[in-house]
Design a protein around this ligand. Structure first.
Ligand code: HEC
Length: 130
């Protein structure tokens, strides 16, 4: 239970960090997709905390579909970007699998990994690109 609390706190901190980053960085173009990602993340957190696995599955599935489309359209091609995208998609799939099994601990872990990929992808985007 304590681990779960820590993991949830981490996920929440990640969401807040992302919100802060989105608010402060006005150099980036408005991204409808990314706003959606934030929305889905909040839905997933809500679903996990209330053990409403249908909500988790719905939001994770929508996020997965969007990511596939986005990867195709955007085609960012640095190694670091692709690595974070791969982690993002893997965690998203894990989240779907755990939600289907109604495994709240597994879903929490996958959501934490997903959140880390959000933060790390944004982090590497702000570094000077090779
Ligand atoms: C593989 C890279 C990558 C991952 C993973 C990623 N993002 Fe992003 N994100 C971007 C890029 C690139 C931008 C810059 C805006 C753009 O080009 O769309 C961005 C911008 C944003 C913004 C600012 C949007 C705006 O309107 O300016 C938000 C909010 C955001 N992302 C949320 C998320 C959330 C939440 C997740 C995880 C669930 C996530 N992102 C995962 C690449 C990523």
């Amino acid at each position: 239970m304590r681990t779960l609390a820590i993991v949830l706190a981490l996920g929440f901190t990640g969401s807040v960090a992302m919100l802060a980053w989105a608010a402060q960085d006005d150099k980036q173009p408005e991204s409808v997709w990314m706003k959606k990602k934030l929305e889905y993340s909040k839905d997933i957190l809500e679903g996990i905390t209330t053990e409403d696995f249908e909500t988790v599955e719905r939001a994770a599935a929508a996020m997965r579909r969007m990511s596939a489309l986005e990867g195709f359209v955007r085609r960012k091609d640095t190694k670091a970007y692709r690595a974070q995208l791969a982690i993002f998609e893997f965690s998203n799939d894990e989240l779907l699998r755990h939600a289907a099994n109604k495994d709240v601990d597994g879903a929490t872990l996958a959501f934490t990994q997903l959140t880390l990929s959000c933060v790390n992808c944004h982090k590497q985007l702000r570094l000077p690109q090779e």
